[in-house]
Design a protein around this ligand. Structure first.
Ligand code: ARG
Ligand code: ZN
Length: 881
């Protein structure tokens, strides 16, 4: 592990390598603690480069054991080596040459899960972003592309499966007790897409015929005995392959596509060429053990990694500053895929909820950075929701600006122009400019300016002249390193809704560009005038969340209710109900803090109950309507001096008011929303279950006893229903015997099933209130708590810090102290995991002073520790700045 403070890398310093890598030939002799890696690398000096320039290769914790030049030993005087780099001098000016590097590495000791490591007895790699340099000395950067040949030699009995990228060349017995397998990947790729997996695994097989008739072997490897749980992932993979052909014309390009599920993984999954490696959480599912959400996640992540084959692998990033080039675009593609597989409106609501609860706080806090950053100290800390989710929103806006067909043409040009290259965001945007003949210079500020733009709107209607006037103002807040901002190009989808609910069509619009149903806000201040509007319309603005902004538009409750009833965009209806609820929830939080009585606007109750009870609307949508903004969302709306206890008290009171007023509706929904037949994870059935569980939650508020939830828990025949009942019991009646019994039944039934036991930890980690910390501490003593397993650590510690606002933000600061201790424990073993969990404190400055002071103290304890990893040091210092 690197414990130096870490050099800052600047985008402006980019330059190509001095040497071009032509070919890579790797041989692994596997051993759990002493794996031999021989790398044969063919290079030539790039034209025009100084003939005396040395070859510099990256390393990380490496030991060099052999170095050959064209098969001859390199004299010690010709090179310098440290664990972090290998520099070789006096190399040929023109002719290609071969460098052979031999290293020995210890996969068993690799607890940071970067490079080659072991998980449950299986060899596995993770190389993005800079893990390959932990395997061998190498030009470990994404703009160095080459074809790879891989030979794996290992114990035959322990490694019946030996996999790498590309097509299988052959394999057999090697010598006494050992076997080998060889793979060749003809597609030039950067090292971060390298993968190797070896061990004793079960496999599920299928095939896919591509649009030009090639047959592709599909294989998903899982632990023995878990094969049946990979069926849904396989189905999702085939649907992804088909969708990418139909929607983007992208065909798969090898004769085999493999996925391996492992139980120790830092992130969700990894798109290695032809050999995706997955956190098993995003592969394994059956009705008994996976929730509807788990199924949806599997579908989305299988698709995401598959889609990377074109957006990421065939066209990759020139440098890591361009990460959004592959991630934002691929998230957009997986969002569109899920929207096509499920309900588009409900999918969009879920995306926007996620964006607002994860990305908006990042953009509003000390870790804010542009979608395309210009400097970093630790690249692992930039796999952020800003790069991924906001990055996706930026591509979505390009699609909104150019229209679906225009977007498709730009994408076609991108694939045509840049296939096989490592490119930049500018190259990407240029394709849309060239294909659409539109200047996207101002639009590109979305890539370089951090912070969520605030758009303030006000409107006026003049009956006499039939004129509707909309005044807009935009402001992009200051963010670290960016005090002043330029006005952005913000596409705002809109509709003017008449009294009768129909859309009014203006005879003319002046004040700026309008294309179809989109207003283009490009100035700081802009006034749009709509003529020919015969009666006062209600404006629905930023429909479908066409731009990732904060919109301040003081519409009356009556206007919002009108949108909620009539907008043809279901997303806009949900947004209107959310906007209606926010002032109630923030006021309730203030009243709770001041010890005042909490009231709820009857208009909100009426609007929510109307939508919830409307059988013409899809159940999944109605369930979203019933899910009020979270405590964290309310905190963000309050904007500062936040008291999580008061926020919770206020929110609970609003929910109780709705529950009491709607008891009859909820009782009816609870009875009506039964799914019949065997469990199916499809969107329609999942929607019914979601609405039924929302009804159950409100009924539990209204009835204030655990009986109904306990009954639902006992009756549940799938994990979705079981988890929602268990969560209600635990959160509302933590001390009730019914809860203890349910937790126990659950544990007994699923003990040994790691992914379900993660849920058992999470549900307890999120029980609100001051008692949460002691509960979490006790759970850490449970023998099932495995400190080395990232999923388990996230399910207890991560879930507590990210998902339990009242429990974690205890007024006495004990929650922060606890987290600091855990971070310091995790960091030496797995810095990436530690840094990620630490970001749960990114909004500490918006807490009330007592909590904020305690949070700062805890952060400073971390900061004072001299041996921090670069990962944690980078995060903690930025948070304290
Ligand atoms: N590229 C992966 C994805 O599909 C994420 C891998 C990130 N890994 C890391 N160690 N930072 O999103
Ligand atoms: Zn990705």
């Amino acid at each position: 592990m690197r414990t130096d403070i870490g050099q800052i890398v600047n985008l402006a310093d980019y330059r190509p390598t001095d040497f071009v890598l032509e070919r890579v030939d790797l041989t692994f002799e596997l051993d759990p603690t002493n794996t031999k890696v021989e790398a044969r690398l063919i290079f030539h000096r790039r034209e025009g480069v100084d003939p005396s320039a040395p070859l510099v290769l990256d390393g990380d914790e490496l030991n060099l054991s052999g170095l050959l030049f064209d098969q001859n030993e390199v004299p010690a005087s010709q090179y310098d080596v440290t664990p972090e780099s290998l520099t070789i001098r006096d190399l040929p000016a023109e002719t290609p040459f071969e460098i052979t590097v031999t290293t020995y590495i210890n996969p068993e000791a690799n607890t940071q899960l970067m490079g080659l490591y072991r998980t449950n007895g299986v060899y596995c790699t993770q190389c993005e972003a800079e893990g390959f340099r932990r395997i061998t000395y190498f030009p470990d950067r994404p703009d160095v592309l080459a074809p790879y040949t891989i030979t794996i030699i290992g114990d035959k009995a322990a490694n019946p499966v030996m996999l790498s990228n590309g097509n299988f060349l052959g394999g057999a017995g090697y010598d006494e007790g050992r076997a080998f397998a060889a793979w060749f990947d003809p597609h030039p790729k950067p090292s971060y897409l390298f993968a190797l997996v070896a061990g004793d695994l079960g496999v599920v097989e299928d095939t896919f015929e591509t649009m030009s008739g090639n047959e592709v072997a599909l294989k998903i490897y899982v632990e023995h005995g878990k094969e049946a749980r990979a069926a849904y992932a396989m189905d999702a993979l085939k649907r992804s392959m088909k969708w990418d052909e139909e929607r983007f014309g992208r065909e798969y390009d090898l004769n085999i596509f493999q996925i391996v599920a492992v139980s120790d993984f830092n992130m969700g999954a990894m798109e290695n060429k032809g050999l995706n490696v997955f956190n098993d959480k995003y592969v394994l599912a059956d009705p008994e053990t996976a929730t509807d959400q788990d199924y949806a996640n599997i579908e989305a992540i299988i698709a995401h990694e598959y889609f990377h084959n074109w957006t990421g692998n065939r066209i990759t990033c020139r440098d890591w500053f361009q990460l959004c080039l592959k991630e934002g675009l691929t998230v957009f593609r997986d969002h569109e895929f899920s929207a096509d597989m499920r309900s588009r409106a409900v999918k969009r609501i879920a995306e926007v909820r996620h964006l607002k609860s994860e990305q908006f706080p990042e953009d509003a806090g000390p870790l804010a950075h542009p979608v395309r950053p210009t400097k970093y100290r630790e690249i692992n800390n930039f796999y952020t929701t800003t790069v991924y989710q906001k990055g996706s929103e930026v591509t979505r806006m390009i699609s909104t600006l150019l229209g679906q067909d225009g977007f498709k043409s730009g994408m076609d040009l991108y694939f045509e122009r840049h296939d096989g290259q490592a490119v930049t965001v500018e190259d990407y945007v240029k394709c849309f400019e060239d294909s659409a003949g539109r200047d996207l210079k101002q639009f590109s500020l979305w890539y370089s300016q951090a912070g969520t733009p605030l758009v303030t709107a006000s409107s006026e209607y003049d009956q006499a002249s039939g004129t509707f006037t909309l005044s807009l103002e935009q402001m992009v807040p200051a963010t670290p390193g960016q005090p002043d901002k330029l006005p952005m190009h913000i596409p705002l989808s809109f509709s003017l809704i008449s009294d009768n609910g129909a859309a009014a069509t203006p005879s003319s619009v002046t004040g700026g560009e309008v294309t179809g149903e989109v207003l283009h806000l490009t100035e700081r201040n802009q006034i749009f005038v709509f003529k020919g509007i015969s009666s006062r319309p209600v404006l629905s603005l930023n429909r479908g969340f066409s731009a990732p902004i904060n919109l301040q538009f003081n519409q009356s409750a009556a206007d919002l209710a009108h949108i909620a009833r009539h907008d043809t965009d279901l997303f806009a209806r949900w947004q209107a109900l959310t906007d209606l609820s926010i002032p109630n929830l923030t006021q309730a939080a203030r009243d709770a803090r001041d010890g005042k009585e909490i009231t709820c606007d009857p208009a909100l109750i009426a609007a929510i109950l109307e939508a919830a009870g409307d059988d013409t609307l899809e159940p999944a949508f109605r369930s979203q309507v019933l899910t009020l903004p979270s405590e964290a969302d309310i905190g963000r709306e309050l904007g500062g001096n936040n008291d999580p206890d008061a926020i919770r008290t206020g929110r609970q009171a609003i929910i109780s008011a709705i529950a009491t007023a709607g008891a009859q509706t909820f009782a009816r929904l609870f009875d009506d929303m039964q799914t019949d037949g065997a469990y199916s994870p499809d969107a329609e059935n999942a929607g019914k279950r979601a609405l039924r569980s929302s009804a159950l939650a409100y009924l539990t508020y209204a009835e204030a006893t655990p009986a109904r939830a306990a009954g639902a828990f006992a009756a549940a025949d799938n994990m979705t229903d079981q988890m929602s009942a268990l969560t209600l019991l635990a959160h509302h009646f933590p001390d009730a015997p019914e809860t203890a019994k349910a937790l126990d039944t659950f544990l007994t039934r699923f003990d040994g099933n790691a992914l379900v036991i993660d849920k058992w930890f999470s549900v307890q980690a999120t029980i609100p209130g001051a008692g949460a910390l002691d509960r979490v501490k006790a759970l850490m003593e449970n023998p099932r708590f495995i400190a080395g397993n990232p999923n388990r650590v996230r399910s207890l510690i991560g879930t507590f810090a990210f998902g339990n606002p009242t429990g974690f933000n205890r007024r006495d600061g004990e929650g922060y102290k606890f987290l600091a201790e855990r971070i310091l424990e995790i960091d030496p073993k797995n810095p990436q995991l530690a840094a990620r969990i630490l970001t749960s404190m990114r909004s500490w400055r918006s807490l009330e002073p007592q909590r904020a002071d305690a949070a700062r103290d805890a952060l400073m304890t971390i900061e004072r520790t001299p041996t921090l990893s670069t990962d944690v040091r980078d995060i903690v210092e930025r948070m304290l700045k």
